[in-house]
Design a protein around this ligand. Structure first.
Ligand SMILES: Cc1cc2nc3c(=O)[nH]c(=O)nc-3n(C[C@H](O)[C@H](O)[C@H](O)COP(=O)(O)O)c2cc1C
Length: 187
């Protein structure tokens, strides 16, 4: 298998950045996600797919609550990438200091977000390293001029220490994920 070619193809696709938030009881949290896509062409029945690492704090919250909110980021939101994407919410409340409001599903919605979806999980699939959730969109809000922020754009503006930390975390996660995928294939 030509791994470099596969990586070039998959890395060349523009990926939008989202903040996923979720809450279960008193606990709440969120993470940066890029594995998010539309999963229905029926306008009256919007659905999304999200793929979350089984090891993340937010994934547990989604499993427990059966719900999450997705916020599309814009170029005003680079600070949220570092807040939600580089540390685990197991030890800290990543939403502290941010204005949030309630939602139909009970997931915390970031008040500053111009484009968000409130989602209820319909089913999920275990892929070894990830849990892939299919969810119904039960509420949505969209500003008229929202331009989604992509991974390439945020990397172009990011301070060197943030890029270095992101690379370090991705390398650590990839090492663990490769073992989980191997174990999954041997089941
Ligand atoms: C650019 C970027 C994209 C990411 N995409 C995903 C993703 O699609 N799915 C995922 O599970 N984690 C993704 N992550 C990693 C999580 O956002 C990160 O590990 C987070 O700190 C997990 O937080 P938690 O443990 O509080 O849930 C991404 C991180 C970055 C910086």
């Amino acid at each position: 298998m030509n791994r470099d070619a596969a990586d070039r193809i998959l890395s060349g696709v523009q990926r939008q950045l989202w903040v996923l938030t979720s809450a279960s009881g008193e606990r709440r949290g969120g993470l940066i996600a890029t594995f998010v896509c539309r999963a229905s062409i029926v306008k009256a029945m919007p659905r999304v797919l999200v793929s979350l690492s089984i090891r993340h704090h937010s994934t547990n919250l989604v499993r427990e609550s059966g719900a999450f909110a997705l916020h599309l980021l814009t170029d005003q939101d680079c600070d949220l990438v570092w807040r939600f994407g580089l540390v685990s919410g197991r030890e800290i409340d990543k939403l502290a200091g941010l204005e949030v409001r309630g939602s139909v599903t009970g997931s915390p919605v970031l008040s500053r977000s111009a484009a968000w979806l409130d989602c209820r999980v319909e089913t999920s699939m275990d892929t070894g390293d990830r849990e892939v959730f299919l969810a119904e969109v039960v509420e949505a809000s969209a500003g008229s001029d929202v331009v989604p922020l992509t991974v390439d754009e945020v990397l172009a503006k990011a301070p060197a220490d943030k890029v270095a930390r992101m690379d370090e975390l991705f390398a650590q996660d990839a090492a663990v994920d490769s073992r989980l995928i191997e174990a999954f294939r041997c089941r």
